[in-house]
Design a protein around this ligand. Structure first.
Ligand code: BGC
Length: 409
């Protein structure tokens, strides 16, 4: 298999779902429940992949559509995702399926949230259905960004289930990683040559004031927790999680070596400042130190950070795939420059000997950006959320050009 040039999406961000926990969480979704209408016009959207010239597509399945109620499986929803896989394969595009991308059926998160051990059995029933249905798929992501779910859903409480408790968050993470381990085995038992990973969000970290010892310590602790702890857990089978001013949580988990490649999502650098009035005394800030500007979400554009996180991830000794990288901006020129600079870094890293097997731009079309709603424009294709019309940006054309002109590896 050559280098995977792809784009990434997630089901809920394109399709919405009447049965998902996020739907009752955010008012924006009441006004725009179908979001981009992708659930109904997916065939047209998949044609865009050929137009772009990508050879891979990462997408997710929406659990709440497949299992809207605890005792009800919707076969037509499973068929929908199976159709997507068939269309991709028929068109020579390698599918990469994400099983869990932040959302849950409402019944699950109410009755069996991740910090309850009963969540494991319920989730695995869903995984089994998906894997059996999509057994032609070789590349799998079990969980997208477990740490984002942990921080948003269990520490900050800004995502469902809206809990704010450190101990509970660690319990939830442990159950998620146990599910990863079980899903890893299950996928391998059904799919010959399967390649299974998680997609881990990694960031570059810096102290807000370089000479402030508190800022420096915080940024070290954050980096160790956010970037390193999960990698170490996959290497050793022991999860060690340390939050500022909390005792370290240590737990043995059955995940040692259970990664066939490492899915790396990278967007930005975070500047950390000690602030006694903030949760865990951490204030996150963005600043434009490289002079590349900030994105529409205010995030710093920092391509160099990608090399740093690739270096960290390479400790795992498995191939790396950049499973997400992208920018929210209405300015196509800025999108092009962001993409080029990050792909340049990937190319240089490959030349330096890092084993990188693919790059997925986030995202194919504009979509629902969680806490920021519909304003953050990550798409290579612009979406009019009223008429559902898609329109290519010049960044789409530029990505096609990059794909055809670069030889990676
Ligand atoms: C998530 C996506 C999200 C993107 C941009 C990633 O962390 O996987 O769902 O849209 O970042 O914020």
């Amino acid at each position: 298999m050559g280098f995977l040039w792809g784009v990434a999406t997630s089901a809920f961000q394109l399709e919405g779902s009447p049965y998902a926990d996020w739907t009752s969480w955010d008012d924006v979704l009441c006004a725009s429940p179908d979001i981009t209408n992708h659930y109904y016009c997916y065939k047209d959207d998949l044609k865009l992949l050929n137009e772009l010239g990508v050879n891979a597509y990462r997408f997710s399945v929406e659990w709440s559509r497949i299992q809207p109620r605890e005792n009800r499986w919707d076969i037509s929803a499973l068929q929908h995702y199976s159709d997507i896989v068939s269309i991709l394969i028929d068109n020579g595009i390698t599918p990469m399926v994400t099983i869990h991308h932040f959302t849950h059926p409402l019944w699950f998160i109410k009755k069996y949230p991740w910090h309850e051990d009963s969540s494991i059995e319920k989730f695995m029933l869903f995984v089994e259905r998906v894997v059996k249905t999509l057994s032609k798929v070789r590349y799998w992501i079990t969980f997208n960004e477990p740490y984002v779910l942990l921080l948003g859903g269990y520490i900050e409480g800004c995502m469902p289930p809206g809990i704010r408790d450190v101990k509970t968050s660690v319990k939830a993470l442990q159950n998620i990683l146990i599910c990863h381990s079980m899903a890893y085995d299950l996928i391998h038992s059904h799919v010959k040559d399967a390649e299974v990973s998680i997609a881990h969000n990694m960031a570059s970290f810096a102290p807000w004031h370089r000479y402030n010892p508190f800022d420096r310590i915080l940024s070290k602790i954050a980096k160790r927790f956010y970037n390193h702890s999960i990698i170490d857990a996959f290497m050793t089978g022991v999860l060690k999680v340390k939050f500022p001013f909390y005792e370290e949580f240590i737990k043995e988990l059955p995940i040692k070596g259970k990664l066939d490649f490492f899915g790396l999502n990278y967007y930005t650098r975070l500047h950390l400042r000690f602030n006694p009035f903030r949760r865990m005394f951490i204030e996150i800030r963005h600043r434009d130190l490289d002079g590349f500007g900030l994105t529409d979400l205010g995030w710093e554009i920092h391509p160099k950070g990608l090399e740093k996180v690739i270096k960290t991830a390479s400790r795992l000794n498995v191939p790396i795939i950049i499973t997400e990288n992208g920018i929210a901006t209405k300015n196509s020129h800025k999108k092009i420059v962001y993409m080029k600079r990050h792909i340049d870094v990937v190319e240089q890293c490959i030349k330096k000997g890092y084993d990188i097997r693919g790059y997925f731009y986030w995202s194919l079309i504009d979509n629902y950006e969680w806490l920021q709603g519909l304003d953050a424009r990550f798409g290579l294709y612009k979406v009019d959320f009223k008429t559902f019309k898609r329109q290519p940006t010049t960044a789409a054309k530029y990505y096609s050009y990059l794909i055809s002109s670069r030889r990676m590896g």
